[in-house]
Design a protein around this ligand. Structure first.
Ligand code: GLP
Length: 261
């Protein structure tokens, strides 16, 4: 894992946006895996700015989102499809036909999961998968103790995750109990992973993910097995790590071609 600690979520999001923008400039038809949640919002804002002010072209980019709530139609205010359309796809000029989010109201949800995997494969696989980190260590909606080799499937959300996401719904009780999510195995197939985690609420999850054993108790720890994962933290989320001197040393001594940004 490459661990990059920045002074603030703002700086971390700008770094993440530079990494994604660099990929899209090198490969205009890149395949991006995308995430929802509060964490990547500023990163998406920066991609929108790069599109509007610097002409960064996303029209040939294909995207696959990590997950969607079961039972929420694409136009539901809290659906992840709506979140993506409003925060990124619309304002940054993505081609709607190239943006994929699992369909949480598919008549046959299991068939929808298999179709999602086939679509990712048909697109040539994911070049870069953007990830957030749940307070309990989840990635996508892969909750603790789930398989570390899972594929896209329907998962049951933990009570903590429903509480954490309840703020966006107004009432925690209204958060669906199930979600379609890429599996950990699907995520590990991406050619590069970029995980962002900021703030004091993520300290324990970051510590387990980066310095703990690879364990289904912290699904994010499976990224230790991935050949190219970049983790972007702020000072708060990195506060529980024991080897920050080493991460900063490595960050400061990279050769030019090794630098992420
Ligand atoms: C949600 C999403 C995850 C996201 C995580 C963190 O449950 N399914 O993909 O990374 O929670 O959310 P936030 O960024 O709001 O802290």
């Amino acid at each position: 894992m490459e661990i990059l600690i920045r002074e603030s979520p703002e700086a971390g999001c700008l770094l993440g946006a530079r990494i994604i923008a660099g990929l899209v400039r090198r490969k205009p038809d890149a395949v991006l895996g995308l995430a929802t949640g509060r964490t990547p919002l500023r990163l998406y804002g920066e991609l929108v700015r790069l599109h509007r002010e610097e002409g960064l072209d996303f029209s040939r980019v294909t995207t696959f989102n990590l997950d969607e709530y079961v039972g929420l139609a694409p136009d539901h205010p809290q659906s992840y499809r709506r979140f993506m359309d409003e925060s990124l796809f619309g304002p940054a000029g993505f081609d709607p036909a190239r943006t994929f989010v699992p369909n949480g109201v598919a008549a046959d949800l299991q068939a929808e999961c298999r179709l999602y995997e086939r679509r990712i494969a048909a697109a040539g696989g994911i070049d870069l998968q953007l990830l957030g980190l749940g307070r309990n260590g989840h990635i996508g909606f892969n909750e603790p103790t789930g398989s570390l080799s899972s594929r896209t499937w329907i998962k049951i959300l933990s009570e903590q995750t429903r509480r954490d996401n309840g703020a966006l719904f107004g009432v925690a009780e209204e958060v669906p109990r199930h979600a379609i999510t890429m599996g950990v195995g699907t995520i590990l197939d991406a050619r590069r992973c970029l995980l962002l985690a900021f703030g004091p609420a993520k300290v324990r999850a970051v510590e387990l993910m980066v310095e703990g054993a690879v364990s289904a108790l912290c699904p994010g720890s499976a990224l230790q097995l991935h050949p190219r994962t970049t983790v972007v933290l702020d000072e708060n989320s990195a506060a529980g790590l024991h080897h920050t001197d080493h991460y900063r040393w490595v960050d400061a001594h990279k050769l030019d071609w090794q630098r992420s940004d």
